[in-house]
Ligand binder design. Structure first.
Ligand code: NAP
Length: 291
């Protein structure tokens, strides 16, 4: 039992890294530009994109927001993507997911030029990650690795259990963690995994990324475990002015006392994810001036 675990403060680190990046931009006179395509009026997507644009302004990047109505066709989106692929003034861009029914995520993501795919979702970048080649790593897995690294938490030789195998979090993170250099032994689990509790009890590090609030309970966690909570579900909360609050996948109050380190929600992985996108945009800019 560890009554006061190390709090892995993503907000503090993100502020630190943003300041480092802002200084680099100022000193170099660089002018990186991130564009975002936003379809429809989903509240979550609107706020994610607004944060991304604000983050750009804060570090001295330019940004462009391209909006389409919910009724947009796949062909129109593909045309916009081709425009951004060809636009030398845009160094990286994202298409905010989810997209409306009838539009294929894979077709849209596959149309983004890999060298501008700062979300790291293109099959070429996923393949590069798998092979250990340079490329864009998705922002959330990058953010988790950086959060651990800057808190001097090594996963080398450790047993890391990742709960959730999505293409944007669990799968790329499991690859990053098991690559030479990180050297973790990874168990990637999902909804069909049997005996998840027993597997979690053997973990040195647990990453909960499944989107079920409060899923990871104290009886699934051994003393001294490092717990990373990726979950961000909006749950109704009448005491909050917005009427909702973010809840993670970890039952924080009961799990935290057992941990050696843990991320809060909000303020843990979320701010680090936002930094990941800025870092990828910076890299895309640097690559473009090097060519
Ligand atoms: P997703 O695409 O919905 O995938 C969820 C994964 O969890 C799937 O692999 C699913 O298994 C697995 N799962 C579901 N129920 C399970 C169970 N009972 N036991 C074990 N595994 C189970 O989710 P995502 O996009 O990765 O997002 C996960 C959460 O992270 C969400 O709350 C999301 O909002 C949040 N998120 C946060 C950030 C951030 O920056 N903080 C970034 C991205 C996502 P199957 O594959 O078998 O269906």
């Amino acid at each position: 039992m560890n009554a006061s675990p190390l709090m892995l403060d993503g907000n503090r680190l993100a502020t630190e890294i943003r300041a480092e990046l802002r200084q680099k931009v100022q000193e170099s006179g660089a002018s990186p530009c991130l564009a975002a395509i936003l379809v429809g009026n989903d509240g979550g997507s609107e706020s994610y994109v607004t944060h991304k644009m604000n983050d750009c302004a804060e570090v001295g990047f330019q940004s462009r927001l391209i909006r389409f109505p919910e009724s947009v066709s796949e062909a129109e989106l593909l045309q916009a993507i081709e425009g951004l692929n060809q636009d030398d003034g845009v160094h990286g861009f994202i298409v905010q997911l989810p997209l409306p029914k009838g539009i294929s995520n894979q077709t849209i993501i596959g149309a983004i030029a890999p060298e501008k795919d700062v979300d790291g979702f293109h099959p070429e970048n996923m393949g590069r990650l798998t092979l250990g080649l340079p490329g864009f790593v998705a922002a959330t897995p990058w953010g988790i690795m950086e959060l651990l690294r800057r808190n001097q938490i090594s996963v080398s030789g450790k047993h890391v259990v990742v709960i959730g195998r999505s293409n944007i979090v669990g799968t790329p993170l499991s690859i990053l963690m098991s690559r030479p250099g990180a050297d973790a032994t990874v168990t990637l689990t999902h909804s069909k995994t049997q005996n998840l509790k027993d597997i979690c009890l053997q973990a040195d590090v647990i990453v909960a990324a499944l989107g079920i609030p409060g899923f990871l309970r104290a009886d699934m966690v051994s003393d001294g475990t490092v717990v990373i909570d990726v979950g961000t579900t909006r749950v109704p909360d009448s005491s909050h002015p917005r009427g909702w609050r973010l809840k993670g996948d970890v039952a924080f109050e009961e799990v935290a006392p057992k941990c050696s380190a843990i991320t809060p929600v909000p303020g843990g992985v979320g701010p680090m994810t936002r930094i990941g996108l800025l870092m990828n945009t910076w890299t895309a800019y640097e690559n473009s001036v090097r060519i």
